[in-house]
Design a protein around this ligand. Structure first.
Ligand code: GRF
Length: 190
């Protein structure tokens, strides 16, 4: 089976997926897509010899080019890994329950438009939360509101810095995301 990853930034989660599926027969990462020509994820993809595609707002929201590309590559599952744009309705309809996202909080807390990256961890820290976590969920037409697939938690100590909170979340993401993606792909019928 074939997976496409959408990412806008560093792509450390994308990298974990690339590593995982390099040594796994269930699926391959066939394409990495980004809206950001500067995204480090592009270099990560290159080092795994995975094709990449850079697109702009017009292409994403006003043409069928991306859907055509995904269909041509026979993509079965779309994985968002730090992708910051809302997925157009049309793409959701083409891939019902086949688009998943990872978010660095225990949704529904600390989710929604504008809640991404460090902003999430800062908000969690400022609120004095005793625990943080990650959520892997299906994607619908609202930011961070699709059905949950998996959540994992970590403890926050009073002395934890922003960096430490971020690190704890990232460790959980890297540990669980590849495994959960594999479970989902196994259940998909061809
Ligand atoms: C992750 O924290 C993920 O939960 C969120 O964006 C971040 C992406 O980090 N959606 P990276 O680019 O995978 O390092």
């Amino acid at each position: 089976k074939h997976i496409a990853i959408f990412a806008s930034g560093s792509g450390s989660n994308a990298q974990k997926l690339m590593e995982h599926f390099k040594r796994n027969n269930e699926a391959e990462i066939s394409l990495v897509l980004t809206n950001n020509p500067e995204a480090f994820v592009l270099q990560r993809a290159d080092s795994f010899e995975i094709p990449t595609h850079i697109f702009d707002k017009h292409e994403f929201y006003e043409t069928d080019e991306i859907i055509d590309l995904l269909k041509n590559l026979d993509i079965d599952l779309i994985v968002l890994a730090g992708f910051l744009w809302l997925i157009p309705e049309k793409l959701i309809n083409e891939y019902p329950n086949k688009i998943i996202n990872i978010h660095p909080s225990l949704l529904p807390a600390y989710g929604g438009k504008g809640m991404y990256g460090d902003k999430v961890h800062k908000a969690v820290m400022l609120a004095g939360e005793k625990e943080g976590g990650i959520t892997i969920h299906y994607v619908n037409n609202k930011f961070d509101e699709g059905e949950h697939i998996y959540q994992a938690k970590y403890r926050i100590e009073e002395t934890d810095t922003l960096e430490m909170i971020k690190f704890k979340g990232q460790q959980l993401e890297h540990l669980h995301f590849p495994r959960i993606v594999e479970n989902i792909i196994k259940k998909l019928k061809k």
